[in-house]
Design a protein around this ligand. Structure first.
Ligand SMILES: [Fe+2]
Length: 410
C-alpha cells in the first residue's frame, strides 16, 4: 500500500493528493462498425502501423456469441516506439461480448479506451487501491498482452473507459512486437510488488529458447515518394503525438469532478460557444489533453450522433506537414468539416477529418505550452486564424516546444 498521510500519498517520495500522477495520453481507441475501411483510413492514410492483430472470432469459445458478427478483427497500432498509441476494435463484436457501447449509458460510447501513462508500476497498483477506497468502479486490473502494459481500468460518469498504465512495450528499430510465446507474463489481477523488469523477462525468454524476434512486423505497402523535410516517406506528413481527446458528456460537472478529483487532471480554461461551456483540462505542460463539451452541442456542431467522442487529436511534425496532410487526405477522398476556434483554444491551425464511421480526427501541429505558473496565454495574445492558411508563419514563444518525436520519422 502507498504511504498515506492525511489523504496524501507518496509518489516516488513526493507527497501528492493521489498515489499516482498522470503524465500524458498514452493511447486511445475506437470501436468501429467498419473495421476494414477504418483500417485503411488509420493505417494507409494516417500512417499508423499495425503492431499486433487479433480476431475475436478465431476463439472457438466465442463462436456462438459472435455468430452474427461479420468482422471480429482488432488492430493495435503505433506511430512511434509505444506498442500501441491507437487501437481499432470491432464494435459489433465488443457489444456482443458486453464490452462495448456503454454499460449503462446511451449506447453511444464508441471509444474503446482513453489511456493515461503514469510513472511507475507502484502508481498503477496503488491507484487501483485508491479507486476502490473512493468507490470508483474498476473494470479490471492486471497486464494485457499484446502491449505488455500494467494497468487498471475505470469508467468515467459517461461510461468511457479510462486506463492508467505503466511500462508499455517498445517497438524498436526492427518494427517488431513481442512474440505471442512471451504472453505468459500477462496478468488478470493486480500484481504483487515488486515484479521483475522487462529486461529480465526478455532474458528469461531467451533462456527458454523462445524466438524473441518472431513477433509481428507491419510492412508498408505504399511507395515512399514524399519528401518530408529531407526524408522520403509514404505520406507527406508524420504523426508525432496523439491527443487531445474531446468528449461530449451528459453532465459536465460530474465529468469535471471525475477527471479532476479522481484522476487528478488540472483545469486550464473554459471557452464558450453559442452559450455552451467547454472545459479544457491537462496533465502536463500542454494546454489541454481533454476537452469536456455538453452533449447538447453535438447536433449543433453537426457531429455524428452515434458517438460521444467529439474528436481525437493527432499532432503532425510541422506546419508544412499539417498543410500537406490536409491536401493528401482530401486527395484520397477524405471529408473535412469546419469547427469553430472556440473548440480548440491553444491550437492555432486545426483541421477535422471524418473517419469512415463518422468520428472526427483533429489534425494540428502546434499546441500552446504552459509554464510553472500554469497560466494559459491571454486570449488576445493568441494567433487568430481567419480561415486562410498562410504560406508560412512567424514563430510563437512555444512553437515546436512540444515536438520531441524520438527516432526517425519513418
Ligand atoms: Fe490500453
Amino acid at each position: 500500500m502507498a504511504i498515506q498521510q492525511e489523504n496524501r500519498y507518496s509518489v516516488g517520495g513526493v507527497m501528492m493528493p493521489r498515489p499516482f500522477k498522470i503524465r500524458r495520453l498514452g493511447h486511445f481507441g475506437f470501436n468501429v462498425d467498419n473495421p476494414q475501411e477504418c483500417l485503411r483510413f488509420y493505417r494507409d492514410l494516417l500512417g499508423f502501423k499495425v503492431s499486433d492483430h487479433m480476431d475475436f472470432k478465431a476463439n472457438p469459445q466465442r463462436a456462438e456469441l459472435l455468430k452474427d458478427v461479420e468482422d471480429g478483427n482488432a488492430y493495435f497500432m503505433h506511430h512511434g516506439g509505444d506498442h500501441h498509441s491507437f487501437v481499432l476494435f470491432p464494435r459489433k463484436a465488443m457489444d456482443a461480448m458486453g464490452r462495448g457501447s456503454g454499460h449503462m449509458g446511451e449506447g453511444d460510447v464508441t471509444i474503446n479506451q482513453i489511456t493515461w501513462q503514469t510513472g511507475s508500476l507502484e502508481e498503477v497498483v496503488n491507484g487501483s487501491h485508491y479507486f476502490q477506497e473512493n468507490n470508483v468502479p474498476i473494470r479490471r486490473t492486471g497486464r494485457d498482452m499484446p502491449g505488455s502494459n500494467w494497468h487498471t481500468y475505470v469508467w468515467d460518469p459517461d461510461d468511457h473507459i479510462n486506463e492508467l498504465y505503466y511500462g508499455i512495450e517498445q517497438i524498436g528499430w526492427l518494427g517488431r512486437s513481442k512474440p505471442r510465446d512471451m504472453y505468459y507474463r500477462g496478468y488478470q489481477e493486480a500484481p504483487t510488488l515488486p515484479q521483475i523488469s522487462e529486461e529480465t523477462e526478455v532474458e528469461q525468454a531467451v533462456q527458454r529458447e523462445i524466438d524473441v524476434f518472431s513477433g509481428n512486423r507491419d510492412v508498408e505497402t505504399l511507395p515512399a515518394i514524399y519528401n518530408v523535410e529531407g526524408v522520403l516517406l509514404p505520406r507527406p506528413f508524420k504523426i508525432t503525438k496523439i491527443g487531445p481527446v474531446n468528449l461530449f458528456v451528459r453532465d459536465q460537472e460530474a465529468a469535471l469532478d471525475f477527471y479532476t478529483n479522481q484522476l487528478g487532471f488540472v483545469f486550464t480554461e473554459e471557452s464558450h460557444y453559442h452559450g455552451h461551456r467547454i472545459i479544457f483540462l491537462r496533465n502536463g505542460s500542454e494546454h489541454h489533453s481533454l476537452g469536456l463539451l455538453p452533449k447538447a452541442l453535438r447536433e449543433e456542431l453537426g457531429c455524428s450522433s452515434h458517438t460521444s467522442c467529439m474528436s481525437f487529436g493527432v499532432e503532425v511534425g510541422s506546419y508544412q506537414q499539417l498543410k500537406n496532410a490536409v491536401a493528401f487526405l482530401k486527395d484520397q477522398g477524405v471529408t473535412f468539416v469546419d469547427m469553430p476556434q472556440e473548440l480548440h483554444p491553444g491550437i492555432d491551425y486545426a483541421a477535422y477529418a471524418r473517419d469512415p464511421d463518422g468520428h472526427l480526427i483533429q489534425i494540428y501541429y502546434y499546441m500552446e505550452q504552459l509554464g510553472w505558473q500554469g497560466q494559459p496565454r491571454p486570449k488576445e495574445q493568441r494567433r487568430q486564424p481567419n480561415g486562410d492558411w498562410p504560406e508560412s508563419l512567424e514563430p510563437l514563444s512555444d512553437t515546436y516546444v512540444d515536438q520531441v518525436f524520438q527516432g526517425p520519422l519513418g
